[in-house]
Design a protein around this ligand. Structure first.
Ligand code: NAD
Length: 328
């Protein structure tokens, strides 16, 4: 049985609290929020204990979900790891790569796990798409949200784009070669809209756009791989695949498939097919919590470890630097 608490019970911390209470093999201990009123409101809503200090909560738990504002991730995680507690840190891991490196080193020393809340990795649409994504060559991603003051303590690159950066880095297993980016702080003090073209050493390219001042929300990624084109909708949790199959090659089981035509590619006859892979009906955040529980209880590498959070943050930092250079 894993004893778990939540630090920071604003919008998302309340969702962590609600879902942790539904995860098997977990004893939910309680919550702490720097803003006492937020802590007691969440405690009342979910019938859990409200702790008056982080230290008091840490004394009672094995693991902590850190769902504070991004600026506070580092200090709260450092306190928890120093006391030998496993941490699930919401994305982005921290606001600077130096802070993330320090937490990773400290966790190693303390023998505890860090998982980072890049929740799209647990999105069943991405999981269904993964078998088709062995050699992605080009990505076009759009993550658009309506304006809310929450999250504006950091640039949209750290708030929203970092999700797509993490997904892309998990699929392209090659170092970043160059980044060209632009962006604007329209409403807040920080970048509200940004676009980056990321080139990888293996030739793959990602064109990534994020905005938090859009009229309509959208979380879509199009991926072009050798012999395949995929359209992934993280919000609708759906995937559409168009691909070429060789003669005799079987279509995937569990997919709705339609033949679209025949062509010759490199003098080889191929069939163009459309597939709609089955997407599991699961809550990505609950699944993320379950896999964090398993990583801790069975001493496994978390699906999104501290090192992955650091990699995504390092690319996000480069994007921000590239934009700042253009603005100056
Ligand atoms: P929020 O502003 O609604 O809540 C943050 C809470 O943290 C507030 O109640 C605040 O009082 C508390 N807090 C701040 N400093 C603290 C400290 N030192 N100790 C304890 N509590 C503290 O923000 P939110 O929208 O819930 O976002 C929280 C985090 O979750 C952010 O890092 C954000 O990037 C992340 N987030 C992730 C996703 C996702 O899709 N994975 C979505 C939204 C937010």
């Amino acid at each position: 049985m894993l004893k778990v608490g939540v630090a920071g019970v604003g919008h998302l911390g309340k969702v962590h609290t609600k879902l942790w209470k539904q995860v098997d093999g977990v004893q939910f201990v309680g919550v702490f929020d720097e803003n006492g009123a937020m802590g007691s409101a969440a405690a009342n809503e979910f019938g859990v204990e409200n702790f008056s200090s982080l230290h008091a909560l840490l004394k009672q738990v094995d693991a902590l979900s850190i769902v504070t504002t991004t600026q506070a991730h580092y200090a709260v995680a450092k306190a928890a790891i120093s006391e030998g507690k496993h941490v699930l840190i919401e994305k982005p891991i921290t606001t600077t790569t130096e802070q993330a490196e320090e937490l990773i080193a400290l966790a190693k020393q303390q023998g505890v796990k860090i998982q980072v809340g890049h929740v799209e990795r647990f999105n069943p649409a991405l999981i269904a798409a993964e078998p088709y994504l062995t050699d992605p060559r080009f990505f076009e991603s759009h993550r658009m949200a309506q304006f809310k003051p929450r999250g504006t303590d950091v640039a949209v690159v750290l708030d929203l784009m970092v999700h797509d950066i993490d997904v892309i880095l998990s699929l392209v297993k090659s170092p970043v070669k160059s980044i060209d980016a632009s962006g604007v702080a329209v409403v807040s003090e920080q970048l509200d809209i940004a676009n980056a073209r990321i080139k990888f050493e293996n030739g793959a390219v990602a064109n990534v756009t994020a905005s938090r001042i859009s009229q309509n929300p959208l979380r879509k990624m199009r991926v072009f791989a050798k012999d395949a084109y995929l359209s992934l909708d993280f919000g609708a949790k759906s995937v559409d695949v168009f691909r070429l199959i060789a003669e005799g090659e079987h279509e995937n089981e569990g997919s709705l498939t339609m033949k679209l035509g025949e062509i010759e590619k490199g003098n080889v006859p191929r069939t163009i097919i459309y597939e709609k892979p089955d997407v599991k009906d699961l809550n990505p955040l609950k699944y993320e919590l379950e896999l964090f529980r398993d990583a801790v209880l069975h001493d496994l590498r978390p699906v999104v470890a501290g090192e992955d959070g650091l990699k995504a943050l390092a690319v996000a930092e480069q994007i921000i630097i590239s934009i700042e250079k253009q603005i100056l």
